[in-house]
Write a protein that binds this ligand. Structure first.
Ligand code: ATP
Length: 765
């Protein structure tokens, strides 16, 4: 049974009963077929699906009755044809033209559906005679133990079993336990494999390592997430494994990712002991959805982004992230390739298919590169995020284009992507070093109605570039690292219902703030390469995704518990350096102790008291001549010798001269200080630029005053004293403004310099 067809039919089924607005909620609860509808209980409808409206409850009741009777009247069981028949027999609510066209298409495909029809109308009429009519007393009789739509079509589709009473909770558990259908890659014939219900691990050693067949398993999360909890969450974390490609095979690399079932995955990490004995360390992970290499984009779309499309038609905000190392399949998933449509196109098709005449579609497309925003629909023009008085962030100057068709939308995306590629020809820049954000906004009467954001994140391994020999690469890497860390923290905070969500942690989270708050749903698709050569990166990807999801149970204990990651190798530094979440203390300490250099740059601050001038009551006689001298000093004083030439940094014996406050610091501490310094620099860069802008505004204002002064002095009633006093006042203010900017710059340069020194010292070691 093609699962996507079943869910499409389910949607139409609901649509016909005017219950389509519950589609996404049903789907989130694993109700993806008409058989699953038949198994809902009254409690499920009220508590899980959240139907509080009496009319809708009644409709649900009728729908469930009809679904049950349809299934039980069938001879062949709950298959797609039956669902199609049920659809065709739905209550006499007219389908809209698009839905009707869909049904007509389906009828063509399943032409004999009419032959064993269940009569919907009769069922509804009969309901009065049925004990089940009392909705509150209603109980569902399950007619298919294998009710849940299987992962792939299989000729060996299990047949219906005897009726059995089940709750949604049980259905969910059953969902997790369903047989896995695996394609035989050679014959490409689906084969059904019974999955073991018990975890694969069978022995737990004293040191918490879990031993199986003499292999150590690092068990990231032993139990699959509680079904009910998982389904309720507005945050879904899925993992997609891409196939091993020919190049990897030719290089003799092996597939180390084992997808155990829809929720479990094991990574087999090749390792070597000190005595050179080889062994494999296993790491087990559980996620909401795991897609193996045989899953296509349509299946991924149906299980991840499609429910989000429903959500935006319910005035919601939806966000879908593609995460993973460069080459792991993010673009393949988002954009599609080799005849496979990507998530962008699939979502666009769905959106336009469901669009009513009252709604319009608008798109924006931009990228975040090095903490800056570039408009991909306007020749990569730099744009700025601004927070208004209500703390809402908007992007000033960002192009928003109206689109009238899927082709329009895809055309604009193509344009944006080509601009992104063209703009990425600089030394270290390529598209994997930036985050691309596509936003599709539904508008009603020119006001936002629903919003879908797709984010193709920068390659996660780029965050580890902080040791690169090139400063620009280091800073970019640090920015990627910072944004991925902030993203994770924001999702975790949101999921735990924390009142404070650290949106300001990065530009990425800052601009996505609006998408996260309120009626929002999020899906993260972590893409992983199966190659043994990418083991470390894949492990990092899975650990990151695991951390995003880890605390979703809201279990405080779990939150406090140390990770059960017993990998003897050091924790990899990417994708995110946890400790880069600046401990300001170190920086502050550095500044306090830093007699070494900062003072060289610090422009003395005690020469002019601006308050005196601000009042414009300056009396020339009180003016301290000293101030003039100090002012001169400022102009003469130069931030010389700040160029980072080798002679300044390296001693003759080719050793790096560390600043005194770093000289007695251990290697690990030094690395940590370096990471913190880079993060500090990223923040400072923005501050310096912002201060520079303010400075220009101030200077312009002062120049205006100077012009007025010149005008005044030409007037017959002017006095030279007033002119001198006022001009002096203006000049002092200019000096003060320059001084303030230079102080900021000096501090920034000092940090750049120290970063350079530390970086050189690492390269030498
Ligand atoms: N599921 C898949 N099935 C078949 N081929 C795939 C799949 N996923 C990825 N590939 C192939 O792997 C290669 C790398 O994929 P892709 O370009 O999508 O990676 P990426 O993570 O977007 O990398 P980058 O960050 O460089 O853009 C491409 O040639 C792509 O066609």
């Amino acid at each position: 049974m093609p699962s996507e067809s079943a869910s499409s039919v389910l949607f139409k089924y609901l649509e016909k009963a005017s219950l389509d607005h519950y589609y996404s909620q049903l789907k989130l609860n694993g109700v993806t077929s008409i058989e699953a509808i038949a198994q809902l209980s009254v409690q499920d409808v009220a508590n899980k699906i959240g139907v509080s409206n009496g009319g809708d409850r009644r409709k649900f009741f009728e729908l469930i009755q009809v679904a049950k009777k349809n299934i039980s009247s069938s001879s062949s069981g709950g298959n797609f044809e039956n669902e199609q028949m049920a659809l065709n027999r739905c209550p006499a609510l007219d389908l809209n033209p698009k839905a009707q066209a869909f049904v007509d298409d389906e009828k063509e495909n399943y032409g004999n559906a009419e032959e064993s029809l269940y009569d919907w109308d009769a069922a509804v009429n009969n309901m009065g005679n049925n004990n089940d009519t009392n909705f509150d007393a209603f109980e569902v009789h399950q007619v298919n133990n294998n009710n849940v739509v299987n992962k792939r079509p299989a000729s060996s589709q299990p047949q219906f079993q005897a009726p059995k009473v089940q709750s949604l909770q049980q259905i969910m558990q059953q969902n997790n336990a369903q047989p896995k259908v695996v394609r035989n890659p050679v014959k490409s014939t689906p084969v059904v494999q019974e999955q073991p219900r018990k975890p694969m691990v069978n022995v737990v050693s004293n040191n918490n390592n879990i031993i199986n067949n003499n292999n150590i398993i690092n068990k990231q999360q032993a139990q699959p997430p509680a079904a009910g909890k998982r389904q309720r969450s507005n945050i879904v974390v899925a993992v997609r494994k891409r196939p091993l490609n020919d190049n990897e095979k030719n290089r003799g690399e092996t597939d180390i990712l084992e997808v155990v079932n829809d929720n479990e995955l094991i990574i087999h990490e090749p390792k070597q002991k000190v005595d050179l004995t080889k062994f494999v360390e296993k790491h087990q992970f559980c996620f909401d959805e795991i897609f193996d290499e045989y899953c296509d984009n349509v299946e991924i779309y149906n299980k991840t982004a499609r429910p989000l499309v429903d959500h935006i038609f319910n005035k919601g905000k939806a966000t879908c992230f593609a995460y993973g190392q460069t080459g792991s399949g993010k673009t393949f998933t988002m954009m599609g390739k080799n005849g496979q449509k990507g998530l962008y196109l699939l979502a666009a098709s769905d959106i336009f298919q469901r669009l009513s005449s009252e709604l319009s579609v608008w798109i924006s497309f931009y990228e975040i590169y090095g903490g800056k925003l570039f408009d991909l629909l306007n020749n990569r023009k730099k744009v700025f995020a601004r927070e208004d008085a209500k703390n809402m962030v908007s992007i000033c100057g960002l192009t928003e284009n109206s689109v009238n068709s899927v082709e329009d939308l895809m055309g604009m995306i193509d344009t944006g992507l080509s601009i992104r590629a063209t703009g990425s020809t600089g030394a270290n820049s390529d598209s994997s070093r930036s985050h691309a954000i596509l936003q599709i906004v539904l508008k009603y009467n020119d006001k936002p109605y629903g919003k879908f954001s797709f984010i193709d994140l920068a390659g996660s391994e780029r965050g580890a570039d902080t040791k690169n020999s090139d400063k620009q690469t280091r800073l970019e890497g640090a920015d990627i690292n910072k944004s991925l860390l902030a993203l994770k923290e924001c999702i975790r905070s949101l999921d735990r219902g924390k009142s404070h969500v650290p949106f300001r942690g990065s530009k990425l989270t800052e601009v996505l703030k609006d998408s996260f708050i309120g009626n929002s749903k999020t899906v993260m698709i972590a893409n992983a390469s199966p190659s043994s050569n990418s083991c470390e990166h894949s492990l990092n990807t899975l650990r990151y995704a695991d951390r995003v999801k880890e605390l979703r149970s809201g279990n405080g204990k779990a939150a406090a518990k140390p990770r059960q990651d017993l990998t003897p190798t050091p924790q990899p530094q990417q994708p995110v350096f946890e400790n880069m979440n600046i401990n300001q203390n170190i920086n502050n300490q550095m500044r306090v102790n830093n007699n070494y250099q900062v003072d060289n740059y610090q422009v003395e601050d005690d020469d002019m008291q601006m308050d005196d001038y601000d009042k414009q009551e300056y009396d020339i006689k009180d003016y301290d001549k000293q101030d003039y001298e100090t002012s001169d000093n400022i102009v003469d004083e130069d931030l010389d010798d700040e160029d980072f030439d080798d002679a300044d940094i390296m001693q003759e014996n080719n050793e790096v001269v560390l600043p005194p406050h770093f000289q007695d610091v251990g290697e690990a501490e030094l690395e940590r200080a370096h990471e913190e310094l880079i993060s500090k620099i990223l923040d400072e860069e923005e501050e310096v630029i912002a201060q520079h802008r303010e400075h220009i505004d101030d200077i312009m204002e002062l120049m205006k005053q100077e012009m007025e002064l010149l005008n005044d002095v030409d007037q017959p009633q002017s006095t030279i004293d007033k002119y001198v006093t006022s001009l002096d006042c203006i000049l002092v203010r200019k000096i003060q403004a320059i001084k303030s900017l230079r102080n900021k710059l000096a501090e920034f340069k000092q940090h750049l310099r120290e970063e350079e020194i530390l970086s050189r010292s690492f390269q030498l070691n």
